[in-house]
Design a protein around this ligand. Sequence first.
Ligand code: HEM
Ligand SMILES: [Ca+2]
Length: 694
Amino acid sequence: MNLFSPSDETQSLLKNTNFNMKWNNKVVKWTFGIVLFVLLLLGAIYLVHIYTNTVIQLESSATIKVPNIKKNPLHIASIATTNDDFLKKCAPIVKCDPDAKYRSANGSCNNLGTPTWGAASTPFFRMIDANYSDGYYALRLQTNGSALPSPRIINVKVFMNHEIYHADENNVLLFPFAQSSAHDISGLPNDIISEEDGTAIDCCSAETKKKKYPQCLEIIESTDDPVYSTFNITCTGTFRAMTSKNYYDCPLYPTTFINTNTHFIDASEVYGSNENHSQHLRTMDGGRLNFSIGDHGQMFCPFLPNQNKEPSIENPNSHIKYDTGDPNNGNQNLGITSMQTLFLRFHNYVALKLSSLNPFWSDEILYQESRRIVIATIQRIIYEDFLPIIIGDDFQELYGLNQPNIYDPSLNPSTSQEFSTAAYRVLHAIIPAHFNFMNNNYKIENWVKIIDWMLVSDPIPIDNNFDKLLKGFIETPGRIVQPSYNFYMSNFMFLTINNSLLAGPVSLDDVNLHTPQFGSRDLLSTDILRGRDVGLQPYNQVRHFCGYPLAKDFDDLVDLIHIKAIAQLKELYNSVNDIDLMVGLLLEKHSDGAIVGPTTQCLIADGFYRYKAGDRFFYDVQGQPGSFTDGQLKVIKKISLGHVVCATSNVDHVQKDMFKMVDHNLFPTLKRKCDREFYLDFKDWDESNGRPEL
Ligand code: HEM
Ligand SMILES: [Ca+2]
């Protein structure tokens, strides 16, 4: 047998194998062919995909030059080139303890990589580079080289006397709370405004005009102003804002402005924005803040003795001013002073509760833990109850502002110039003209004009006025946001004449009886002017930066601004590229569900996103030395402004949504009794277990 000749069986096997091999060859060829075909097809699809994507990217970068590197398409990123100049040239060197449990007083060391980010006395952040006619400090001109229209004339022609008097669904309380948040994140004082010998500069005096002080912003002179001419006022003026050059002797190019408050939402208006001031505001005992006692033993911010820089005509030293964390604004009007009082009392209330749980805690621990709770409370109220009213619930959700624990150390948490000097000031429109003093039976006992008590806080500690004022805020419909400020704010913001609350409100006729003591001020034209002072880009550029089309002429603005207003703008400005940011923001139609227009919404959302995601000590951030425990966080999440009001005043019924009007006659059950439902329990802070009794 040929060992090498196949057997029959093998023969048939070989046959099969041959057959199989042929068959397999066919299968392999076919499979290979199919795979190749599929691969080629996939490759072609991929190439088409890359090509179209490139085209889309090229197209979008050609039309919208704004780099949008964030994942959320609504987010904006600064395109300014000068934000790091202060850091490079003049920022103080700060050493940080990365394990510190509490925020510093001045906000430094929040960001461990860049410790001065968000600290007090650092510059405002710019979203877009400054716009000055000389590139440095001289006010912007129109694009054709002529001067911009006078802000007073803009106010008179476009905004004044267009007031709408609808009752708002929000109450008056929205305004002082908004203002107190504004003074938390922003403080732009005037530049040095006295002569070398210390005497105050009056920008309207003949002498000053001759000297041409650079600190005098724009002096508006007119004999035919529809309001001022009636009162023989022919000149109003204001000062330029504080620059890094004057504050630090650190000139930056273009001019850069200093925020003297901490940029973070950290209740700096209550606690101060630097260590010395914070210490000065404390009793150094039981963790409490200093206070004074008013009528009926009630607690108020400490009264300042004779600190009246703007004394009234008849009684120069009789007024009460409070010492607060915000030395520039704490006494500006009865609304803001009420908020100062409310949160001072809340701090001392929390400190007392914590000290009864933990009698062994030092003054320092009691102070810091109470401060931490007060800040967390304010942050929670802002993000959950306040901001949705301003920018709208849905927008807030889409923007990612409701997401918890989003700390991002790469974000600069500083207040933007565009936000503070324009967008947030749109809420100046909700300032009411009057305040009601209401008792617990919902009866208005008295009322005052807002300008009756500016810069002094006399009525607050008298009798039960604080409670009645607070009740009045909660029970009075607010002013709806509209393209105008109330008449007083538009003309006589700081007209102070001596009057007494109990003698009743003063009438405008009194203005004739007294020469205005320190000049009339128009808040709306001040806001427009301040925008020019700090070099804000005009409205068209900013709305484009926010993702809206760049208007080629006035009529293109119709997507966001009413046609009637566009006609007025045409009469005032030379080109659509000249319109002041403040003016455009005030005129924008409101976005769905919001009380502001789209560009304002965009700038406000950006600010509040960075105050949250850029704050390592934000109340819900986890895994940091300053993080709350889960139990503590649950308590914080329940504290509403209603709890704060109940804990700190004699107001006895409050609603869940503290900024909403509730008709107590129609819906009495929506008002809940303070002592039943607004009780606060801090047992999650109790560390007494295992500690010896003192
Ligand atoms: C009676 C109420 C109010 C008065 C009299 C008032 C008045 C003023 C004044 C005089 C300024 C400085 C203007 C300048 O020279 O540039 C200012 C700034 C400002 N106001 Fe108001 N305001 C009030 C309420 C509010 C409210 C409700 C908000 C809401 C957010 C607000 C937000 C701001 C902001 C963000 C600034 C810039 C702050 C800074 O950087 O210093 N204000 N306000
Ligand atoms: Ca602050």
